[in-house]
Design a binder for this molecule. Structure first.
Ligand code: DX5
Ligand code: ZN
Length: 214
């Protein structure tokens, strides 16, 4: 059984509050907050103001995924009572260790994400300090893309490292996951699954959530 974090990127922004309220009553574990800057990725989503506008209705903690260049400039903006994880991209950081320290300094759990083309070993030095590793299974930037199975071996790599060394991070995977293929990442060792379109566009959202988790 894995946990699930539906990505609000696939919600209807014209009725974001309603959509969030709807999914949070269906057995989800986190709300995945996809922030894109049009520079690190070729798309712009929304910023901290939109996330904060959800604070009043959100009963589920935030899993913030920052797809922004030099994220150290903006960490503080995403620190709210609802924020549990703040994840930044390895490829976007000048100083990964410093970044982890900054997030911890705000009392939040720290995650690092790697893109499909980034080898898993780049995070070796940081594994003891991380609370979360986010393996991308699509090129970051858009919802609704096809799952890339290059992510499978990376999930296994981090699961193995954790077992060998007694590390504490959770392994999250993001992109193209649906009720039909979720077993692939769960078998590989993923603890937390992001799903955008597979949840928000589902005819039966409760069923989609349950299938992805179990
Ligand atoms: C991609 C985002 C993902 C994406 C997931 O850049 O980080 O969270 O929205 O959407 P689906 O599940 O539709 O691939
Ligand atoms: Zn994401």
């Amino acid at each position: 059984m894995a946990k699930i974090a539906p990505s609000i990127l696939s919600a209807d922004f014209a009725k974001l509050g309603e959509d969030v309220d709807d999914v949070q009553s269906r057995g989800i574990d986190y709300l995945h907050i996809d922030v894109m800057d049009g520079s690190f990725v070729p798309n712009i989503s929304f910023g901290p103001a939109v996330m904060k506008s959800l604070n009043e209705i959100a009963k589920i903690p935030y899993d913030v995924h920052l797809m922004i260049q030099n994220p150290e400039r903006y960490i503080e903006e995403f620190v709210t009572e609802n924020t549990e994880f703040i994840t930044v991209h390895y490829e976007a950081c000048q100083d990964v260790a410093g970044m982890i320290e900054t997030i911890h300094g705000f009392g939040k759990k720290a995650g690092i994400s790697i893109k499909p083309g980034t080898p898993p070993e780049v995070l070796d030095d940081y594994l003891p300090d991380l609370d979360l590793i986010l393996v991308m299974s699509v090129e970051p930037g858009f919802g609704g893309q096809k799952f890339m199975d290059i992510s499978i071996s990376k999930i296994k790599y981090y699961a193995e490292k954790r077992k060998e060394n007694g590390y504490n991070y959770i392994i999250e995977v993001d992109g193209g996951i649906n009720p039909e293929n979720a077993y692939l990442v769960k078998e590989a060792g993923a603890d937390l699954i992001v799903a955008g379109s597979a949840v928000f566009n589902a005819k039966d959202r409760t069923y989609a959530i349950k299938k992805i988790k179990e």
